[in-house]
Design a protein around this ligand. Sequence first.
Ligand SMILES: Cc1ncc(COP(=O)(O)O)c(C=O)c1O
Length: 443
Amino acid sequence: MTPPEPAPESAALFARARAVTPGGVNSPVRAFNAVGGTPRFIRSAAGAWLTDVDGHEYVDLICSWGPMLLGHAHPEVQAAVSAAVSRGTSYGTPTEPEVLLAEEIVDRAPVERVRFVSSGTEATMSAIRLARGFTGRDVVVKFAGCYHGHVDSLLASAGSGLATFATPGTPGVPASSTELTLVLPYNDRAAVEQVFAEHGDRIACLVTEAAPGNMGVVPPEPGFNRFLAETCTRHGALFVSDEVMTGFRATRQGQWGLDGAVEGWRPDLVTFGKVMGGGFPAAAFGGRADVMARLSPEGPVYQAGTLSGNPVATTAGLTTLRLATDEVYAHIGWAADTIKTAAAEALTAAGVPHVVQSAGTMFSVFFTDPADGPVRDFAAASRTDAVAYAAFFHAMLDRQVYLPPSAYEAWFLSSAHDERAVQTVLDALPHAAAAAAASQGTR
Ligand SMILES: Cc1ncc(COP(=O)(O)O)c(C=O)c1O
């Protein structure tokens, strides 16, 4: 194997990209700022493998941050997409693939109706507008560490006390956009009870990742989602479950398949993205028929999109979901279990403190002290040793494994991660664990 260093073509492209694009990337995490070094510019991908512009191959553990459930360039998805493209790419009229994809989603997920949009950000933004329009209330509750896209009102940092309203989480968001947002610690029932006791009659909705994956994977404690749903119902607020990441990935039915379907509750609204677009820009929000009926043109709450329900994107999503059988989830589950067990063994052998957590087939490795217990909220996730992760990441990259370039992300797999791909990861892990240990020893 040729180590994928140096990467002169990627470095040259990165320099050119930085001259014309902020940070050289079109979404910040891709820039390697958290781990240092040069992001690899990918030229092509097939199955579980990425090929960069320098000709190096990597096992892909990013999977486009979730969408590529079947791996890259799946022949049946490609064929369906090519056929769709040959019929024209966008008409701005209703089409059959939209109906078929909506029916597929309604069949799998706890929603009666769906509306398509082009990104997860749009889905959560629209769901919140609908919740406000439906309830006639303004306040939104979210959890620290949950990411719902770059919606102004959700780019919020916790106020000074639990029941104090949030402050902007980034320059560019006016205080007026976050002054109706409450930010709480995840998995904290007492905090939820307190804000509903104080503000319950003003709360339009509580929005949460169905299982947070944007601070690393922090699963809801048993019964937590049901508690949230029941609390919302008791106070006349809507429970918005963000399944953009977990939907059709954590399980066939998303995270809801692990708790709602078992415990017998349903969210009022759900947001979807990633897998349901099959690698194209497609997302959706859906839910109770009476709530969705408030949406324009049936109801008064406005929402629209030029490329919403695009026929190529919905064809890719539909083909992906139809191919996502129980066997696909079983295979991804096998690959996830094999890799996370080996990662834990390698880190233990190297003496690197760590905690591995999962939600269905999604998992992540925290470089935190297991003596501190499971990572149950953002404060605990923030204690991960990002320097050790950077050393681990680069050692994996040198051995042909492309991990997420940030310590706070889930590791994603696909049905194309076969024994060769998984073995490549297993072979790299002891070296990466040793690199992480060395980084801790040098501090
Ligand atoms: C849970 C969740 N919600 C919403 C979003 C936003 O989706 P998009 O990047 O498509 O706007 C993301 C993106 O990672 C996400 O993970």
